[in-house]
Design a protein around this ligand. Sequence first.
Ligand SMILES: NC(=O)c1ccc[n+]([C@@H]2O[C@H](COP(=O)([O-])OP(=O)(O)OC[C@H]3O[C@@H](n4cnc5c(N)ncnc54)[C@H](OP(=O)(O)O)[C@@H]3O)[C@@H](O)[C@H]2O)c1
Length: 260
Amino acid sequence: MTTATGPKPLPPVPSFRMDGKVAMVTGASSGIGEGAAVALAAAGAHVVCLARRKDTLEETVTALKAAGGSAEALAVDMADLDALEAALQGRVFDVVVNSAGTARLGPAETMSAADFDAVIGLNLRAAFFLSTLCARALMAAGRPGSIVHVSSQMGHVGGVDRAVYCASKWGLEGMIRAMALDWGAKGIRVNAVAPTFVRTPLTEPTFRDPAKRAWIDANIRLDRVAEVGDVAAAILYLASDAATMVTGTSLLVDGGWTAG
Ligand SMILES: NC(=O)c1ccc[n+]([C@@H]2O[C@H](COP(=O)([O-])OP(=O)(O)OC[C@H]3O[C@@H](n4cnc5c(N)ncnc54)[C@H](OP(=O)(O)O)[C@@H]3O)[C@@H](O)[C@H]2O)c1
């Protein structure tokens, strides 16, 4: 149908492009973080890739550049908050994707204080202060931003042998909601993606155990485990301006694990 002046105006087309934006991805040298770095770079962002090991990080950055992207490496242990703060000094990121994470698996009664501190120290404590450091920089610059934490389906349900891991991810889920309330008026969005199992170095021991593999296959309703790209797609959406009305939520990419 046309009007007297031409076709009727249509709603704007949502854009997932990230041209001109600077994104930081923690855990960018492996697994889901590397997938997020690929997606953000392909969408046009300059991607700052953070992890501890410089050599593997440089391999990712070299590959991203070879694929036509813009990227740089930032080697830092983000569980060391002083080192993290020093590394981020003077930087302002339009997008922050936090995928660095760890797990200690076993029955709850076998978990030591060291296990607890290692998991909570990276998955929750470092995630908290990474968020506040980046949000403060955005506020000082008067700019909006999007922070996306990689949570887990284990932030929505319990998992056998995963008491500490679940505690860290449920904590993260509460954190993103509260930060969304604190920072919404400043245009800083805080969200999470909550994946099911993806085969990465982190989950390799679980995948290699036939009983655990059967448990995974029985609980994912779709007929496969998740791929890094499935999670990266959700991250790209939440990071992009297509999601400027989305904050304080967790996007499950779980193949139906938590649906029933
Ligand atoms: N894979 C899954 O099935 C799955 C499912 C749900 C949720 N998740 C979550 O997804 C996130 C990524 O997991 P993944 O499977 O992709 O793991 P991964 O392949 O083991 O990658 C972890 C990344 O984090 C970096 N990293 C680890 N500790 C760090 C630290 N202290 N400081 C800075 N960087 C650090 C690692 O590099 P360096 O070792 O060089 O530092 C690596 O780049 C985690 O939060 C995990 O809980 C994973």
